[in-house]
Ligand binder design. Structure first.
Ligand SMILES: [Zn+2]
Length: 510
């Protein structure tokens, strides 16, 4: 039986269109999901939208629309990543769905009574973050994320006693029971825990929430704090709200499997909710925990922070339209740090595209297939030995994936490309043919090298990988260990050279 693997993106609130930063997270998560499928796991990849946020209410009011009408329209902008960026999620949950409400309520009801308490509370609340801030957490009296002054809010709310989980959370992080990647984030949160965890409010008055959101079970005056219901999406999508849900058993509990793998991919701004609140909530409800949390950085645009006021927000749709899905995926994975802040710059994008896709993968594919066509009647020559140290290549590729080091994965791939390229330039097969030499040994090495290259691209730029494999007349089996071996492209098989993979950019032509 295949091992199960669960992975999720965070669920963005939808008070506007997605930007290129969302595309980064979706792409990173998709690549891991596709890699895990490639190596033979039964993957469940979840994405979705946070529709209960007060921000949606405000955005709808501003647009002069009903909230439901507004979210029905805007969720599609995120759902459409499926096509725009070729994101292979298995399910997409909207937190305004009934299955989510049922599950979020069940989770609340399963919290230990001793972890809940109703308290009068007065605090500084940032609507943008949907979070209370302490005076000392503000910068010049303003929210550090939104640069706006928080409102003073006073009301009676339900509190979750996070302080009950201080020691337990520390242990989970220290022992990597929940593995926080990268290390510097793990250390940040350990230091945060050491400063002492404070209880947090998990409901707000129904009035302040404009009656939008998940009602607190058996307290009509209150709506769940949006983060409490939002976090529960990771299990409500698996029908946690149902009695003995099969999906929940299979993908969250991974019953009967030695190494559970439940991974959340999130941005650096929502670490507190995922590293502290969510595990504590699960512990309180007696549920299994995530096993890893991967935290990515933010994208700047041409070196500047992305913001509506600067007018530099990039819609992934526009970039994809211009350069293609795989070009955008390749850049986001290979030209941007996976964990630190990265930059999106048009000049860098075009350089990267030309260097690695047009002149790299695209050109190499065309060169090799043309030679097979010209010098070997379109047929794969007899099998010969590996000259590219392909085992080492795969070893490095897999380790980089385990470390979520996508930049390194792409670097590894690009070095295989240049290794094969250099072999061609040095061996000059066309001269050998002129001199009457038989070059079938070399041709096999090149074409089998190309198959390995295409295989390694399957999770990264799936469309391109598929195009290369199709031309090689090769279908990837579900046995990755076999596919990784050298010499399985067999003699006599006919190739079908068809298309150019990456078009040269206009201004760089000639
Ligand atoms: Zn804020």
């Amino acid at each position: 039986m295949k091992n199960k693997y669960y992975i999720s993106t965070a669920i963005p609130y939808i008070n506007g269109k997605p930007h290129i930063g969302h595309a980064l997270e979706y792409t990173q998560t998709d690549v891991v999901a596709r890699y895990q499928r490639l190596i033979g796991k039964d993957v469940f990849f979840l994405s979705g939208t946070d529709e209960n946020s007060l921000k949606n209410v405000h955005a709808a009011e501003k647009a002069g629309k009903g909230v439901q009408e507004f979210v029905d329209e805007y969720y599609k902008e995120f759902y459409n990543f499926k096509d725009i960026l070729n994101i292979s999620f298995d399910d997409f949950i909207r937190t305004s769905e009934a299955r989510h409400f049922v599950g979020a309520k069940k989770l609340w009801q399963n919290f230990k009574a001793e972890d809940l308490e109703k308290r009068k509370y007065k605090g500084l609340y940032c609507v943008g973050c949907e979070a209370f801030y302490k005076e000392e957490e503000l910068e010049d009296g303003k929210c550090p994320e939104h640069k706006t002054e928080p409102e003073v809010v006073e009301e009676e709310n339900w509190f979750f006693k996070l302080s009950n989980y201080q020691e337990k959370l520390k242990e989970l992080l220290e022992k990597d029971i929940i593995k926080v990647v990268p290390d510097f984030r793990k250390n940040e949160w350990l230091a945060f825990i050491d400063r002492g965890l404070e209880d947090f409010s998990i409901s707000r008055s129904a009035e302040r929430a404009h009656n939008w959101g998940v009602p607190v079970p058996s307290d009509e005056s209150q709506i769940m704090y949006v983060w409490v219901d939002a976090l529960s999406n990771y299990i409500t999508a698996l029908n946690y709200g149902e009695e003995n849900s099969e999906l929940f058993q299979k993908y969250w509990n991974q019953t009967g499997q030695n190494n559970r793998e439940v991974v959340h991919v999130i941005g650096k701004g929502i670490g507190k909710f995922h590293v502290l609140y969510w595990p504590a909530m699960l512990l309180s409800a007696g549920l299994e925990l995530p096993t890893a949390e991967f935290i990515h950085g933010y994208l700047t645009i041409e070196g500047e922070k992305m913001s509506k006021s600067l007018g530099n927000v990039i819609d992934p749709k526009d970039v994809v339209e211009k350069y293609g899905t795989d070009a955008v995926r390749y850049y986001l994975l290979g030209a941007v740090s996976a964990t630190k802040d990265g930059d999106f710059s048009v000049a860098r994008f075009e350089d990267f595209y030309t260097a690695h896709l047009v002149n790299g993968i695209g050109n190499l594919t065309s060169r090799i297939l043309t030679m097979i066509e010209k010098y070997n009647e379109n047929k794969i020559p007899v099998v010969t030995k590996d000259i590219f140290e392909i085992n080492k290549f795969w070893e490095h590729y897999e380790i980089s994936f385990i470390n979520y080091d996508f930049e390194e994965v792409v670097k590894t791939i690009n070095s295989l490309v240049s290794k094969i390229d250099v072999t061609i330039s040095e061996q000059k097969p066309w001269e050998k043919v002129k001199a009457g030499e038989n070059i079938s040994v070399l041709l096999y090495q090149l074409v089998e090298g190309l198959r390995h290259l295409a295989l390694s691209l399957v999770p990264i730029i799936p469309e391109t990988a598929e195009k290369i494999l199709k031309q090689l007349n090769w279908e990837v089996s579900n046995n990755f260990e076999e596919e990784k071996k050298w010499g399985i492209l067999s003699e006599g098989k006919e190739i079908k050279k068809t298309e150019i993979l990456f078009a040269r950019l206009e201004k760089q032509k000639n």
